[in-house]
Design a protein around this ligand. Sequence first.
Ligand code: CTP
Length: 396
Amino acid sequence: MLEGKRILLIVTGSIAAYKSLELVRQFIKANASVEGILTQGGSQFVTPLALETLTGKRVHTQMWDEHSFEMNHIEASRRADLIVVAPATAGFIAKMANGIGDDLASSIILAGNKPVIIAPSMNVEMWDNPAFRRNLEQVQKDGAILIEPQNDVLACGEIGMGKMAEPETIFREVSKYLSQKKSLSGLKAIVTTGGTIERIDSVRYLSNFSSGKQGNQIALALATLGCQVSLVSGNTQDSAPLHSNISIIPVESADQMMAAAHKNLPADLFVGCAAVCDFKVSNKSNKKTKKQEGLELEFEENPDILQSMGTLKASLRPKLVIGFAAETNDVTDYAKQKLEKKGCDLVIANDVSSGAVFGKDDTQVHFVSREAINSLEPMKKSEVADILASWIAEHL
Ligand code: CTP
């Protein structure tokens, strides 16, 4: 999978640096080529010679090369397909977040024109530090892909988040990233996520238990492949996905979600992942209803956003319209009916017979299209999102 790929590996100053040597070995074994960059801190833990021996290439530590005219900080990323920072210290992430280029490695990031994957390594208090959280959020917003550290006993003896992901995990994530088809750049997606809120009066509402996790993961997977995503977000329990290709449009009701989705047309694809309330209150009050007044609600049906997209005339309709269905029985039959009724190209059917999937990280789905039914194993919602992004890349 990594055959012929060129990885620029930046090793910064953390004890986890010794694991980068194992990571290099795995990359080389997979026939990738690796060029190593050591920060001053990094070279306290591994030597240039060790990295050079494993990569078979000269390791740079200095901004200017006394033996050539090459500008290391510019040339290095031009030669690579991907920059991996492993381990990435809190200090290095702070430099990335603030555009500081005061040594070779940080200047490479600043002058870089390739995607960056970071594998942080630090003490748990540093990981939780509010200044670090801001920096991490910023670098993700700027497009860096995070490989989360582990929650474990740390090298300092304290317990918590901060231990760098294992080399195998980093290897797997890098392989996954580099093997993805990056054919979604230049395309635009509208994704709905979360549950809608339907007001009863000024202080009460009806909604559902949707967490927004699946829709957020889909937005992230599409954005990672270069797609521009308008994420129309209802009520969610999940933190908003951070990516420079994602713009979030917060909405409350189904009517607002409908209007926001249509306002963002034209788009190449629409993914309706939101749990839209089927009904809204037609006799809602603008003031708080007192209990002495009693409460008698009248309902009217909400517009079906997915169906409205699927049945648009050809010149306006997104090329792919994808919906979701939660079913307890006859899962794929119902999904096929929804596919036809709502004019979709694909319905992802959630089997919710074993309990609710709301708020969970895992799910079990079937991809139902006119051509095929593909039943997937139980897996993480982020994995479903990756598979969907690949499906979209293949079908657009
Ligand atoms: N959906 C929508 N607008 C609505 C209702 C649903 O866009 N007003 C979308 C959801 O985002 C999801 C799919 O339609 O993609 C789910 O449909 P669902 O609510 O399961 O189906 P219904 O048509 O309501 O049928 P039923 O409740 O009978 O299963």
